[in-house]
Design a protein around this ligand. Structure first.
Ligand SMILES: Cc1ncc(COP(=O)(O)O)c(C=O)c1O
Length: 404
């Protein structure tokens, strides 16, 4: 594939903010964060400022929220898996969701009342690892389906958390269907990071869990005036939708410009924005991309209206753009600190680099409205979740961009 970046502006639909956005008010997400705080592993992940890279990019400030440090799990995903499983258990046992805590859910009487549950999910890696981890922490079992071609190291990491891992023959969206079929035949509770007709509660809890990282970031940026621009990667869009919902509710009319980032081969939000009819649009078939976590072709129906109404630009980028971002964070400029950002984590940095260095970079800067006073937040959503491949991207310059 040759290097490319394409983008569309959000057409002005003028729709009301999606009703689900109420779930993303600062107060709601603050109480989700109170639940996460009850885990012994909980700490806000670092928000790293990179002044030397910011000056290379011609902007005032560049912050990277480093989710490789989340719970020793190398990605942000556990925020959603743990909260949704906790809320499910609370609803089964009629517990007060406002008083959820890890210790309480793990108490012997709660375990006795609950009995044994099998949590089932489909994943491209990180979500499955987070569900497996959460199920094990709460003394339950999990079965995790992965698409054809999932890397061995990602499968091993899920199995290490005690899950039974099953590889399917299809892509991510087919794998969800396989997990649902297995559950229909064998029982269990599906914990999926996307919604469908009649299945909305658990995906909403997952999106609220993810929004906690933005809650932390808003707090961490507060002394510096907050961001003017935020880049959010999208697979099914649950992360981007949750984060954009909180940004919209927190900053209101002063919210930062939000850019959604997807792989060129899996741009279902890009396609939905381009279609301009206000509806989500699916993409099917093979979606080859090094950005495994973003290779999803069907927008989450709960996330789409939030992004439609609260995001501004939709990028789809080739592997070279993501790889250039990985390398820039791995080999820092000046006295900036290095950050380990995996394939699905660095597209936003790649777009910024492209804006600064590519031949047609000025169009990107203009579309984003980037100036010397811009303060930009990117979320590095994973570390080296496929370490062998990560090392090759960094050391062998796989997927080299034109300006490198
Ligand atoms: C590292 C990483 N970043 C971003 C995403 C995108 O999240 P979502 O599928 O909710 O859009 C994923 C999803 O698996 C991921 O693993």
């Amino acid at each position: 594939m040759h290097q490319e970046i394409e983008f569309v502006f959000r057409p002005e639909y003028g729709f009301d903010p999606a009703p689900v956005a109420d779930a993303f008010s600062p107060g709601s997400i603050s109480s989700v964060r109170d639940f996460h705080r009850t885990f012994p592993q909980y700490m806000p992940t670092p928000l790293v400022s990179l002044p030397s890279l910011a000056s290379e990019l011609g902007i005032k400030r560049l912050w990277v929220k480093d989710e490789s440090k989340r719970f020793d799990l190398n990605s942000f995903k556990v925020l959603g898996g743990s909260y949704s499983i906790a809320r499910y258990i609370a609803s089964e046992l009629a517990l007060d969701p406002g008083r959820l805590s890890f210790d309480h859910l793990n108490a012997a009487d709660v375990r006795d009342r609950l009995g044994a549950i099998t949590f089932v999910t489909a994943t491209d890696g990180n979500h499955g690892r987070s569900v497996a981890w959460s199920a094990r922490e709460l003394g339950q079992r999990s079965v995790v389906f992965v698409p054809k071609g999932t890397s061995d190291s990602r499968i091993r990491n899920i199995a290490k958390e005690g899950a039974e891992v099953r590889e399917t023959d299809g892509n991510y969206d087919d794998t969800i269907r396989a997990a649902r079929a297995w559950m229909d035949a064998n029982g269990g509770v599906i914990v999926q990071d996307t919604a469908w007709e009649g299945y909305e509660e658990i995906p909403t809890w997952i999106m609220q869990g993810y929004a906690v990282l933005m809650h932390e970031a808003i707090e961490q940026m507060a002394d510096d005036g907050g961001p003017t621009h935020v880049f959010l990667q999208a697979g099914v869009g649950s992360f981007a939708g949750g984060a954009a919902g909180l940004l919209a509710r927190h900053y209101g009319a002063d919210r930062p410009r939000v850019a959604v980032v997807e792989p060129s081969t899996a741009g279902c939000y890009y396609a939905s924005a381009l279609a301009a009819d206000g509806d989500p649009h699916d993409i099917g078939g093979e979606m080859p991309s090094i950005m495994a976590g973003l290779a999803c072709g069907e927008p989450n129906r709960l996330a789409w209206p939030i992004l439609r109404d609260h995001a501004d630009l939709y990028f789809r980028v080739s592997d070279e753009i993501a790889a250039s971002g990985i390398r820039a964070l791995a080999a820092p400029r000046g006295s900036d600190e290095p950050i380990v950002a995996g394939e699905s984590a660095a597209g936003g940095i790649g777009i910024l680099l492209s804006g600064a260095h590519a031949v047609d970079g000025s169009a990107i800067r203009e579309a984003l409205g980037l100036t010397a006073s811009s303060r930009v937040l990117v979320v590095s959503t994973e570390g080296d979740t496929d370490p062998g491949h990560y090392t090759r991207i960094v050391n062998e310059k796989l997927y080299q961009a034109s300006w490198e």
